[in-house]
Write a protein that binds this ligand. Sequence first.
Ligand code: PEP
Ligand code: MN
Length: 264
Amino acid sequence: LVSRKKHPDNTVVDLKGVMMGDGQQRLVMGPCAVESYEQVLTVAKALKERGIKLLRGGAFKPRTSPYDFQGLGLEGLQILKKVADELDMVVISEIVSPADIETALDYVDVIQIGARNMQNFELLKTAGAVDKPVLLKRGLSATIQEFIHAAEYIVAKGNNNLMLCERGIRTYETATRNTLDISAVPILKQETHLPVLVDVTHSTGRRDLLLPTAKAAFAIGADAVMAEVHPDPAVALSDSAQQMDIPQFNKFVDDLLASGLYKG
Ligand code: PEP
Ligand code: MN
């Protein structure tokens, strides 16, 4: 069902009026984790000023260590919805349990399935059975073929509003947090008809690489780039090393526009 051979036309996903996959480049931005209403509002206002409506933020955080901040859960979803209603934004947030999908429908505009859950087949099936766009991230050590099979699980349940996100894979390289597999973008575009995003924050884990990798993503045909923005990354409860502050975010957008690879 996700194969380009069987369905040659691009899937365009309508995110409350923001199209994904229509040939225009998009940015999906926001904090790693929802920490407070004020935090999300500050970031959302900055995004809005640059015409960015796709607001990401984690309420359920799948952390490597059980002692790290696990997210605000339902309260986090409520904060995202409140800000989105006030500023007319589109909320993208990760759901980690099939039991939370139903609840999430009232709060999020896009259900994100994270790298660690790419092969959580019960979660894929549950997200595939609801009427809500899904953003599926590539697993930490998943091949492109496994990624495509995971996507198939969702569409097989009837949900065609699916987007794929390359977010870096595990390799022996330690200079970056993960290794951005940039050629996954054209491969996924050739093999499937789905929109393809590149998450530059989690693939690199390095603030200094966000701009060059975002340029590469757009140059190679990504429909959107995801990156994290926090009012004060130094005190962020997660991903402190790679989130941009607001001035850095504005410079990131300026530089992308100046490159001509992102049209705004
Ligand atoms: C995220 O986008 O918040 C996230 C945790 O990313 P990933 O699942 O790609 O690690
Ligand atoms: Mn993060």
